[in-house]
Ligand binder design. Structure first.
Ligand code: GLA
Length: 383
């Protein structure tokens, strides 16, 4: 078991493009992410601490499409072939692409008449932001084709609009922003009100383990919208713009008991993020791990977005050699959890979790990850 190296989705996308259409004009790559702490805080104007993963989605693109009709031809390793023409129906995964095309066109960027191959190393539906990576890679590819470069926050904003307006999920800015703007070797403190990323190095003596429960979420969007609505009600009752502005002492003034618990998660989680960033600076890995544990408890009991597979793997991880702390990551209910592990114990940690986890007969997968860089476009791709 070693630390995951940057995977090869880009190479495969270029090769596939070569087989079909010759040399592509460019290769656009965008990573998935794992969030270390700060869950369900982004849409409350709060703080998060995500990092980009060595798993990415890659789009090799060439202007070999039908320029007259404007058709877009996609050949995706996971999903097969697809032609996006006019307003025709597309499968669910491709709505992210259609959304990018429509919203870019609406801002005046020509976005039709091209061909592309798409490949990914990001497990899908696993809370590692495969959708955001697809959006960011597609936006950057089409901007580059038009001779444009946008700041990461502008790319992220357009990606979030695709989710909110086209896909219909009221998600926050975290996933797209970290995919577009991560700095290699660093996690990023994200201020979701100021829309800033502050690169934050992680202590050297610990490593990040991403643990896939093998479970996948069903209908999580309904619960997501429900949690978001609870936060908005609580903020309105407190007379603040967002729960970012609420303190622990304010919580008693929230009349509904469930809303109060939801808000308590957000208020305490924001404080934990800032605390973790401090401890990253001082190298206090034990303290960081404890805060990750508290985050999981808060998401499980107050916010109620954990799930049986996530709770099971977190429990097993906490009993494994070198584990400093573990928690669910991302939206919740299923997918992946994340642990902070003493570097010297990383291999025995990994085999401990893989050997013991069997929730619902799923097998765990564990990746030891260093923080990767954000999205990029390479115009010098050669076959
Ligand atoms: C999903 C959303 C993010 C964020 C997380 C929870 O990943 O896309 O915007 O809200 O859930 O922290």
């Amino acid at each position: 078991v070693g630390v995951v190296e940057q995977r090869a989705a880009g190479r495969r996308a270029v090769d596939r493009f070569g087989t079909r259409w010759g040399a592509p004009d460019l290769l656009s790559t965008a990573p998935g992410r794992v969030n270390l702490i700060g869950e369900h805080t982004d849409y409350n104007d709060g703080f998060t601490l995500p990092m980009a993963l060595p798993f990415a989605t890659a789009i090799a693109l060439g202007s070999t499409g039908d320029r007259e009709s404007g058709d877009v031809r996609i050949d995706s390793t996971g999903f097969g072939e697809l032609v996006i023409a006019g307003d025709g129906e597309v499968p669910a995964w491709a709505r992210h692409l259609v959304g990018v095309i429509e919203l870019l066109e609406a801002t005046g960027v020509p976005a039709r008449g091209w061909s592309a191959t798409i490949d990914t190393d990001i497990p899908t539906g696993a809370s590692l932001s495969s959708s955001a990576a697809l959006e960011v890679a597609a936006i950057n590819a089409l901007l580059a084709r038009a001779g444009l470069t946008w700041a990461p926050i502008d790319v992220a904003r357009l990606g979030r609009r695709v989710e909110n307006e086209i896909v219909g999920l009221q998600s926050g800015i975290m996933d797209q922003f970290i995919s577009a703007g991560a700095v290699a070797g660093h996690a990023s403190l994200m201020d979701c009100r100021e829309l800033t990323l502050t690169p934050t190095p992680l202590p050297n003596d610990a490593v990040i383990a991403v643990m896939d429960t093998g479970t996948r979420r069903v209908l999580a969007d309904v619960a997501y919208d429900d949690r978001r609505a609870a936060c908005e009600r609580a903020a309105a009752e407190l007379g603040v713009a967002a729960l970012r502005d609420a303190t622990i002492d304010d919580l008693d003034r929230i009349s509904d008991a469930t809303d109060r618990r939801r808000a308590r998660h957000v208020v305490t989680e924001n404080a934990r993020v800032l605390d973790v960033v401090e401890r990253c600076r001082s190298g206090d890995i034990v303290g960081i791990g404890e805060l990750m544990d508290l985050s999981h408890e808060s998401l499980r009991d107050d916010y109620e977005v954990s799930g049986p597979g996530l709770d099971a793997i977190v429990d097993i991880a906490r009993g494994a050699p070198g584990c400093l702390g573990a928690r669910m990551t991302g939206g919740g209910f299923a997918g992946c959890a994340v642990a902070l592990v003493r570097r010297t114990d990383a291999e025995s940690f990994t085999s401990h979790v893989i050997e013991r986890y069997d929730h619902d007969r799923h097998e765990a997968r564990v990746w030891l990850c260093e923080p990767s860089g954000g999205a990029s476009v390479d115009r010098t791709v050669c076959l």
